[in-house]
Design a protein around this ligand. Structure first.
Ligand SMILES: Cc1cc2nc3c(=O)[nH]c(=O)nc-3n(C[C@H](O)[C@H](O)[C@H](O)COP(=O)(O)OP(=O)(O)OC[C@H]3O[C@@H](n4cnc5c(N)ncnc54)[C@H](O)[C@@H]3O)c2cc1C
Length: 489
């Protein structure tokens, strides 16, 4: 983990001024328009609680401020600079995405990654840049957050959400219990489930004996401890390979990546659907199309970036073993025995690179709601759901990324929980997880929250309109005081 993530340079200082001026020209931030409400404790209710200040959470936060929804809090369980994977569990030198992607800027040119990079390295530096260094992306995100003045409460976790009368009630790690109108779960790729652990007869991921012997590739790992060691890695996709490389570069003797499949997946299908029509349109399609598209996408898998494979190919001690699934993993005192379909192997440690699982039942925050959340499996024929068990576990979200009750009325305000993480892809496409869809996703979510808050208060807004008095014509000869006007206006 690197500690230094914030960059300072005269160029960036200057760009900060330009960006703030651009924001001022856009009248940012506009006044808050959402009427104040009091909760059962007599205190003002929070309009939106955003959980997670990674790329998605901070972009939604800045989108809400820009929309004039300012009574919000953004909480983040990690400390400043440790948000998201970039400085914690990501182990690739550069992003997979092309450098020109936009998203966290929400359409403001001076807030793009390119502007940030050029401010430090000039136009020539930008031309020379091949892909975005991982920590640059994090530094850039933190810079955007600072310029748009989004306050983030680091070191604060959401523990539990429940219904409380007209509101939701959120329990935080600070000991606070707060009443809120909307919750946005921007809690990352595992935010709709958790690590995917394969099931083996002799292995239990909760076994304390796995410490130092069996790691998930998305955990924090002490790679220095692998010096001179032999590692087995289950998985051949990006994260598995980057973990193998990191281990070898830290002095491991051997790192072997295993797959059931006979070769690497070859085509990144999501690259081909990274255009506005798909991003905007997927969520508008009927269920049959959405199901067809994403069950195909999930089954297709995604190749590791060629940069990761080239990195691995150069390292002595690296190997792929295809068509060799693991059948069992047994932790022993001095190592791990892995039974594969072809052999019995001894490793000093193994890494499980099988990614994340979608399963809301695993989310402690949502326990009081989870039994009543509509899933895609509830909307498909039994045969289709059984044939696509993973897809069937994805939540079936409404048009504003909101959870939907299975039995209406049983869990009031479930629909005020908006799921802005990877669990939303079947319903909306990849709008809350990857950079390319972020602009469309954050904008859609912000508009939906804006609409919903307005709709809930429409009577108050109407009354305000009726009560509104504005002496526009007072400076003229034609001003008529209210008590002398004809009609009701
Ligand atoms: C290794 C890796 C490489 C990637 N590379 C690319 C790439 O090249 N291009 C691309 O488009 N996408 C990439 N992605 C996908 C995606 O862009 C990232 O996962 C990105 O971080 C998603 O942003 P996020 O805000 O949804 O999640 P995160 O950045 O993970 O942020 C979620 C935040 O929520 C916080 N949190 C979770 N639970 C709680 C809680 N209960 N209370 C408070 N805070 C909480 C977490 O601490 C975290 O900081 C990559 C993902 C990974 C894992």
């Amino acid at each position: 983990m690197d500690g230094i993530v914030e960059r300072h340079s005269p160029g960036l200082d200057e760009l900060g001024k330009v960006a703030r001026h651009d924001l001022a020209r856009l009248n940012y931030p506009p006044a808050n328009w959402v009427p104040e409400k009091n909760g059962p404790d007599g205190k003002p209710v929070l309009d939106v609680l955003i959980v997670g200040a990674g790329m998605c959470g901070q972009t939604v936060g800045w989108g809400l401020l820009r929309e004039g929804i300012r009574n919000i809090r953004v909480i983040e369980r990690n400390r400043h600079g440790q948000e998201g994977p970039w400085n914690t569990t990501a182990r690739m030198p550069t992003l997979r995405s092309p450098k020109h992607l936009t998203g966290p800027d929400l359409g403001v040119p001076s807030l793009t990654f390119r502007a940030w990079y050029e401010a430090q390295h000039g136009a020539e530096g930008w031309e020379k840049l091949y892909k975005i260094p991982r920590l640059d992306w994090l530094s850039y995100l933190l810079w955007v957050r600072k310029v748009v003045d989004l306050e983030v409460e680091n070191g604060v976790s959401l523990l539990k959400v429940e219904t409380a009368g007209d509101f939701l009630q959120a329990s935080l790690s600070t000991g606070e219990t707060i009443f809120v109108r909307k919750i946005v779960l921007a809690n990352g790729r595992d935010g709709s489930g958790g690590f995917r652990w394969p099931s083996f007869p002799s292995f239990d991921p909760d076994d304390p004996a796995r410490a130092g012997r069996v790691h998930h590739t998305l955990e924090e790992i002490d790679f220095a401890a692998f010096k001179g060691k032999r590692l087995g890695i289950l998985g051949v996709l990006a994260t598995a390979i980057d973990n193998a490389c990191t281990a070898l570069e830290a002095g491991a003797r051997e790192a072997i990546c295993y797959a059931r499949r006979p070769h690497l997946p070859q085509v990144n299908k999501s690259k081909g659907v990274s255009f506005p029509g798909f991003q905007r349109g997927q969520g508008m399609l009927d269920d049959d199309w959405r199901w067809k598209i994403y069950t195909y996408m999930l089954a297709a898998g995604s190749p590791p970036p060629h940069e990761s494979v080239l990195r691995a190919q150069k390292l002595p001690g690296f190997a792929f073993r295809f068509s060799e699934p693991w059948l069992d993993v047994k932790i022993e005192k001095d190592g791990v025995t892995v039974t594969t379909a072809k052999a019995t192997e001894r490793f000093d440690a193994v890494l499980i690179g099988t990614g994340f699982d979608i399963d809301l039942a695993r989310r402690p925050e949502l326990q009081s709601f989870v039994a009543n959340v509509t899933l895609w499996g509830d909307r498909r024929a039994q045969t289709e759901a059984s044939a696509n068990a993973e897809a069937a576990r994805y939540p079936y979200l409404g048009p504003g990324f909101e959870l939907i009750e299975k039995v209406p009325g049983r869990t009031p305000h479930l629909g005020d929980i908006h799921l802005f993480n990877w669990g939303s892809i079947l319903s909306h496409g990849a709008l809350a997880g990857d950079i390319p869809g972020l602009f469309v996703g954050a904008t859609r979510l912000v508009q939906a929250i804006s609409h919903s808050l307005f709709r809930q208060d429409v009577e108050r807004h109407f009354q305000r309109m009726v009560d509104l008095e504005d002496p526009e014509l007072a400076p003229t000869d034609y001003f008529v005081p209210r008590d002398k006007r004809a009609g009701t206006l």
